[in-house]
Design a protein around this ligand. Structure first.
Ligand code: BG6
Length: 495
């Protein structure tokens, strides 16, 4: 789709997200020729900054975080002309009047109506106020061309998500709202759709008849860093599972879309969320576990416990690890457990989805010939290794009949040359194009909260869990092993 003239208004322009992710992404898109000639970035924040100071700050961010390395001087000198800074309070009407004036001036200069993209790079408690101001200042009147991008977390629970959706819908059509889940912009995540629906090979066995269970793991070595303030209001379930992990689950479990239309894809995904079995309060302890990291060693470095981190309460009951067992009650997935887990300060940084196929129905080989009957696995590596691995039994060369699993590997780095765009590049260009396929629709967000509410409620009611439950640098709490062991499984480590 042709993009047309575009004005990106970043609310929260001096914050971390703008510095680390948004501007490096916009810069790379521009550098690679993805942004049309006429565009502008208006950065809005409270801090006092001149345009050159703002530019300098962003330049440092690009040098530090751009996937293409430091910006060349002559490139940056051109790019910086697209950036302006506007100082203003987010709750002042005058700020939005000033934004409106700048938009009008640019449109006059270009002699065209531009797309105006309002990016809310602010803490979640400001989503409501800012979006209402954008609306009441009539900056969202053009339903085709003005768009709003909202970061996660979208709501704090089901009720607040519904309230936020209702509020947004007073000024914005759903088609103007882009709720970001940056996992959906990752190359390897987008590839799940290609793998499943551009190949006829796996679809016939992609169901309860052949699949034993599915594991989705997103583990991080990083701790909570400087985000204690936010994290204390969130925890692993809200921060990661409600959005990223449930979205991965949707891609694995959804039915084939009829087309690549944004609503068609999202309909199929929301069907999955709506089919997830709702836990009864008394079932939560069997299906969901939480943990919090103590001090420990990560990659040879001594690290603090969560409760010692900045802005974290020394008696915090916030979980930094969560594992949940879910079932999708439909024809395809009846009885197949989906185990999802995520945590901070674990032994490795890896995001991976494992599809464990059932063992053969009859053992023709002598028992001693096979070391592992559950050999058929498909492993989708999201990051940092990008690729897909298929494991199957092979006979070891030799005079004895001895079988063991071998692995067939598709690896991005061996297959493709050239860079991989960052998730934010993909997602921003989609917003500019007006393509919402990779963004969360109102009903998806609410359906995801609905699944997790019993867990959140149960955990809130039990305020005295025995934290910490795992050492930093370990593979997580033992309860997580127990959660899956009762079904006769264990968490799969990647060979
Ligand atoms: C964010 C979470 O959404 O995702 C962070 O708020 C987490 O807590 C991050 O660290 C992980 O993203 P990625 O792309 O590094 O896997």
């Amino acid at each position: 789709t042709k993009i047309g003239h575009t004005i990106i208004i970043i609310l929260g322009a001096t914050g971390d997200l703008t510095w680390r992710k948004l501007i490096p992404a916009i810069y790379n898109l521009w550098l690679d020729g993805w942004i049309p000639g006429e565009f502008a970035v208006i950065g809005v924040s409270r801090r006092k900054y001149t345009d050159p100071e703002f530019g300098k700050h962003l330049h440092e961010g690009v040098d530090k975080f751009s996937r293409q390395g430091k910006a060349k001087k002559d490139h940056w000198d051109v790019f910086t002309k697209y950036l302006t800074y506007l100082q203003g309070e987010f709750d002042a009407t005058s700020t939005y009047a000033a934004i409106g004036k700048q938009i009008k001036a640019l449109e006059k200069k270009w002699n065209a109506t531009a797309n105006s993209v309002f990016y809310l790079a602010v803490p979640p408690n400001q989503f409501e106020g800012i979006s209402m101001k954008i609306g009441s200042s009539e900056l969202a009147e053009n339903k085709e061309k003005s768009r709003i991008v909202i970061e996660k977390p979208f709501g704090h629970n089901l009720e607040s998500a519904i309230n936020l959706n209702t509020l947004l819908h007073t000024h914005f059509d759903e088609s103007q709202i882009y709720r970001i889940d940056h996992y959906l912009g990752k190359e390897t995540v987008q590839n799940i759709l290609a793998f499943r629906f551009a190949n006829a090979l796996f679809e016939p066995i992609w169901n309860r008849n052949y699949i034993d269970h599915i594991q989705i793991t997103v583990s991080e070595e990083l701790g909570v860093e400087h985000r204690g303030n936010y994290y204390e209001t969130a925890g692993a379930l809200r921060d990661m599972i409600q959005n990223h992990l449930l979205q991965l689950m949707c891609l694995i479990a959804m039915e084939a879309p009829i087309s690549f239309d944004a609503n068609e894809i999202r309909n199929k995904k929301v069907d999955v969320l709506n089919a997830v079995r709702k836990m009864k309060p008394e079932e939560v302890h069997k299906n969901a576990i939480r943990g919090q990291y103590g001090s420990g060693w990560v990659k040879g470095k001594k690290v603090k416990s969560y409760r010692q981190e900045p802005d974290v309460s020394p008696s915090s009951n916030v979980e930094t690890f969560a594992a949940v067992k879910l079932y999708v009650d439909n024809w395809r997935w009846q009885g197949v457990p989906f185990y999802v887990r995520t945590g901070k300060r674990l032994n490795e940084t890896i995001s991976v989805i494992t599809i464990q196929f059932k063992p053969v129905p009859h053992h023709s080989f002598p028992v001693e010939a096979i070391e592992n009957w559950q050999s058929n696995k498909l492993i989708l590596n999201i990051q940092p290794h990008m690729g897909i691995q298929l494991s199957f039994q092979a006979k070891q060369p030799g005079l004895k009949m001895l079988l063991n699993p071998v692995h067939m590997l598709f690896n991005y780095h061996d297959t493709y040359t050239g860079g991989t765009p960052e998730a934010y590049e993909t997602l921003l260009i989609d917003v500019f194009r007006g393509d919402a396929t990779l963004f969360m629709r109102a009903d998806q967000v609410e359906a995801a909260w609905t699944i997790l509410m019993p867990v959140l409620d149960a955990w809130k009611a039990n305020t005295s869990p025995n934290f910490p439950t795992y050492d930093a640098g370990s593979h997580g709490p033992q309860d997580a092993d127990a959660l899956i062991a009762v079904d006769g499984h264990n968490w799969i480590t990647i060979p």
